[in-house]
Design a protein around this ligand. Structure first.
Ligand code: NOJ
Ligand code: MG
Length: 590
């Protein structure tokens, strides 16, 4: 018996050694800290219309995505987040859903989606869907029935009488303005009433005070989770509720004016949205949704994650992590690196933006970092192309979850989409062929740049739904794959690095070494790293011994494309010269 245990013990020890020898990061795998699949995942957001077109109609589709899942694997991505793929008339490109239970035909069929899920499963890539419960399309059956006062659906949306003056002229119930400009109320002759819409008039808001609507939303979540998706990004959560009009004598009150200069009564910023945003009821609704995710997760013993998207202030944003009896979301989107930084931001601003989120976030919850999405200017355009690697280092090496918008890994730039080809409703609603560019989201939605071929390898069509961005002949995946140094190569190095415990589990400390140089330290036991970036336009010499226990030599693990340093070069902790835009990941030598 004693002999048996010795043999078993030896087998165990031997197999551990063999296992770690096989894995490239084997030496880190014996760190015994349990993490759920999502907690330090790399997520990759795909805008399906613009990723890959498989059938040559100029519009990206599901089979296109499936055919490129290996690319995601190659990047080191753990989960992909798909912008809406549900049936939609596409006034807001899928953020106006007409049938939540079916796939937009130009994107493919349910079988195509199941095939995508299967392939992703084989590659161990999780699939997360974008769910838009705040509003449907005005072409959904539900809305059509509601506008015809169908008994069951009558109360599914927010209907109000407007005003009628002596001359028979109509006006909306109150002064509320839509995020896409102009009145948030649209008159519906069939019902002789106005309906409320936070976004475009083709996006009527659901009435979340109707329990039947809430049940339906939970059913939609269940339906897709049952199909095998790993989670959902729940869109615009802080807009679910408007104030309870019964408290105001049965009429929705006007919102006060902000008094901001240069804004007219058609502009969203003209009003203080005290009655249409961030209402208390939201937090309970989010946790009711979360229960649906958890019920299925517990049954299957596999966590399904709920991500929430809300454009709001930091205190409200972190409330979505849950508090008290409210469970909240696994991942409330952190838009700090987008919202708090711009072209003029320096190292101190970066430190401030990062620390701010980490400070407000509940201590035990995971942070997440986002530098781009389908609504916001790309990093290369919002800051400058030379800072692409630095921002990928932030996203991938700060503590928590990394979320990359497709194309940021190769440093894509905003495309140019002239007024005549503009599709984004937010831009079209300006009715302004000059200034539309300030709000247009089309430039960040131009086709993904795969190669220097026709339409950048995105589509075989003669025209694509949005024009391909200029410069794709040089800036594309194929070129960066074959280059020795490229953003793509840096990105892959970073996703590889972040497997190490120092980045997955390690502690964090940061400094603005001067107004141009931001640096942070990550460490776990005796494995210590410094990520340092000169975001200024001039050369600097910095002293990294400003960090505790950093001294002697450090070795380069990754460097920005234009850096003169490469892997395994040594640098001096107390004297590090950094070129403008240079960003490095350094490892302490022990
Ligand atoms: C937020 C989405 O990110 C945006 O693209 C969309 O236009 C609005 N929600 C409306 O659904
Ligand atoms: Mg297509």
């Amino acid at each position: 018996m004693k002999y048996y245990w010795i043999v078993m013990w030896q087998i165990l020890v031997l197999s551990t050694i063999v296992l770690s020898a096989q894995s490239t990061e084997g030496r880190y795998e014996n760190v015994n800290v349990k993490q759920d699949w999502w907690e330090t995942a790399v997520m990759y957001q795909i805008y399906p219309r613009s990723f890959m077109d498989s059938d040559g109609d100029g519009v990206g589709d599901l089979n296109g995505i499936t055919s490129r899942l290996e690319y995601l694997k190659e990047l080191g991505v753990d989960a992909t987040l798909l912008s809406p793929i549900f049936k939609s008339p596409m006034h807001d490109f899928g953020y106006d859903v007409s049938d939540y239970y079916s796939i937009q035909p130009e994107y493919g069929t349910m079988e195509d989606f199941e095939q995508l899920l299967r392939k992703a499963g084989e590659l161990n890539i999780k699939v997360i869907l974008d769910f838009v419960p705040n509003h449907s399309s005005n072409e959904s059956d539900w809305f059509i029935k509601s506008s015809n006062r169908d008994e069951y659906y009558s109360d599914w949306y927010i209907w109000e009488n407007g005003h009628l003056n002596d001359r028979g002229q109509r006006s909306p119930p109150n002064n509320w303005i839509s995020l896409f400009r102009k009145s948030a109320w649209t008159y519906m002759p069939s019902r002789d009433q106005y309906y409320f819409h936070q976004f475009g008039s083709s996006q009527p808001d659901f009435n979340f005070r109707n329990p039947v609507v809430v049940e339906e939303m939970k059913n939609i979540i269940k339906f897709w989770l049952e199909k095998g998706v790993a989670g959902m990004r729940v869109n615009s959560v802080n807009l679910f509720f408007e104030v309870d009009k019964d408290v105001y004598g049965g009429r929705y009150p006007n919102e006060p004016m902000t008094g901001k200069p240069n804004l007219g009564p058609d502009d969203y910023g003209f009003l203080e949205h005290v009655y249409t945003k961030d209402q208390e009821e939201t937090y309970d609704m989010v946790s009711q949704f979360r229960d649906v995710f958890d019920a299925i997760a517990i049954r299957d013993n596999l966590t399904r994650i709920m991500m929430t998207e809300a454009s709001t202030n930091i205190k409200n944003a972190v409330r979505y992590y849950g508090e008290g009896i409210h469970t909240g979301a696994h991942i409330p989107f952190n838009l700090a690196l987008i919202a708090d930084l711009d072209k003029d931001s320096d190292a101190r601003d970066i430190k401030y933006a990062v620390d701010r989120w980490l400070t407000y976030k509940p201590l035990k919850k995971q942070a997440n970092w986002v530098t781009g999405n389908h609504d916001k200017s790309r990093v290369a355009s919002r800051f400058r192309p030379e800072l692409v690697d630095a921002f990928n280092m932030l996203v991938l090496l700060l503590p928590g979850i990394a979320i990359t918008y497709m194309g940021e890994e190769i440093g894509m730039v905003n495309g140019f989409v002239p007024w005549s080809e503009t599709k984004d409703p937010q831009a079209c609603n300006t009715d302004d062929p000059v200034n539309f560019i300030e709000v247009s989201r089309d430039p960040v939605r131009t086709p993904f740049q795969w190669s220097n071929g026709k339409n950048a390898g995105f589509s075989a069509a003669d025209t694509t739904w949005l024009p391909v961005a200029e410069g794709f002949e040089q800036l594309n995946v194929a070129a960066q794959r074959s280059a020795v140094r490229s953003h793509y190569q840096v990105y892959r190095t970073l996703t590889n690095l972040r497997i190490r415990p120092a980045f997955r589990l390690g502690r964090f400390e940061s400094l603005a070494l001067n107004s141009d140089v931001y640096a942070f330290k990550r460490w776990f036991n005796d494995d210590t790293y410094i990520v340092v970036m000169n975001v200024g336009k001039v050369y600097h010499v910095v002293n990294l011994t400003a960090f505790d226990l950093i001294f002697g030599q450090l070795e380069v693990e990754a460097s920005s494309v234009l850096s003169s340093r490469t892997y395994s070069d040594s640098v001096q902790a107390n004297y590090l010269d950094l070129a403008a835009d240079e960003a490095l990941v350094l490892r302490m030598q022990v």
